[in-house]
Design a binder for this molecule. Sequence first.
Ligand code: HSE
Length: 407
Amino acid sequence: MPDADFKVGLLGHGTVGSAFAELLGERAAEIERFNGRKPVISGVLTRTQGDFEEILAGCDLLVELIGGIEPARGYVLAALRAGKHVVSANKQLLSQYGEELFETARERDVRLRFEAAVGGAVPVVRLLEESLSATPIERIHGIVNGTTNFILTEMAQGSSYAQALADAQSKGYAEADPSDDVSGRDAAAKMAILARLAFGTPVHLNDVPYEGIEHLHGEDLEYARELGLGLRLIGTAERRDGGLSVRVHPAFLYPGHPLASVSGAFNAVTVESETITEITISGPGAGGRQTASAVLGDVVSVMTGGARPPAPPLALRLVKDVESAFYLHMEVADRPGVLAAVTKVLGEQGVSIKSVVQRGIGENARLVMVTHPVLESSLRTAMDEVGAFEFVRSTPRSIRVIEEEFT
Ligand code: HSE
């Protein structure tokens, strides 16, 4: 007699939820062929239909694709406590209540899988949880927001910010509130999740300083092109000064960096460790069907007895002030002593200049500099002091530069 069907309760029927239901229907027979059991959707909860208790009672596994904190958190906790496996794509929930969920899953000895919460179809969660679980990781750099990478790619080809954002929304990449994408908050949630997996330390979304792409200028992208640099929104999680630094900000990359060539809505994550040098994986980071493929992969993983929740937490200190190289952009009056005044302030704060280019624009001049690595706090102090000079014509800007090239 064939095994009974594997019953999947589905919460949410938006872009990812509906794509998941469709993909499951298409792939069910093949999954049964190698797995012995056929996954079927046993109930769907939307805003207007379905009963949670009934769906919970009738399923082997619950897929949560509602997003946001409540009611998703209540539903996921209730399912875990009821001894049901859960698959979720909810980065907000995992980055703010991950420990509560992991602990409940450990207590009840059920699976909690969340591949689709980070990187869409890119299997970065599994890479860290399983393949690299025995590898001492030093650093992760990631492009983990498809919308912003799409916008930066389009802007580098001449599109306006507004047009590129509208395109990203129409393609289904952006969050319901796209300010989560462009502010860097979506990427910060994903980096908090990756940091927990890579370093064992709970990192709450609120612990991740983030800066988005809203303040970038077309000019910065032009300079990037001229200097042969790529401009990307980069999430970083790394060991620093005996602790852990997790952050998100736009950054210039040299062409040899594995993330420099990642374009469009693709996501990519580079994991660095002395043991493995560097591993980069990339692929579609957003979109309904793409994300649905990761969700369905998690369902199959549970059916075949896949990974347990992360181990109980370790405590690494979170380091907030870290060193970085910077690109600086200033517009100043073009007259004697101005460059000297700027470099004096930078020098006093320990900012060492690696390269400088000056271009005349009428009576003013544009100064573009790249610095050697310096503590962010020192750079900020220096830039505030420079910004206060009467000869400065517009607010000076700074963007971090990632120096590794791996060539
Ligand atoms: N809005 C997200 C992005 C979707 O653009 O990457 C995937 O989490």
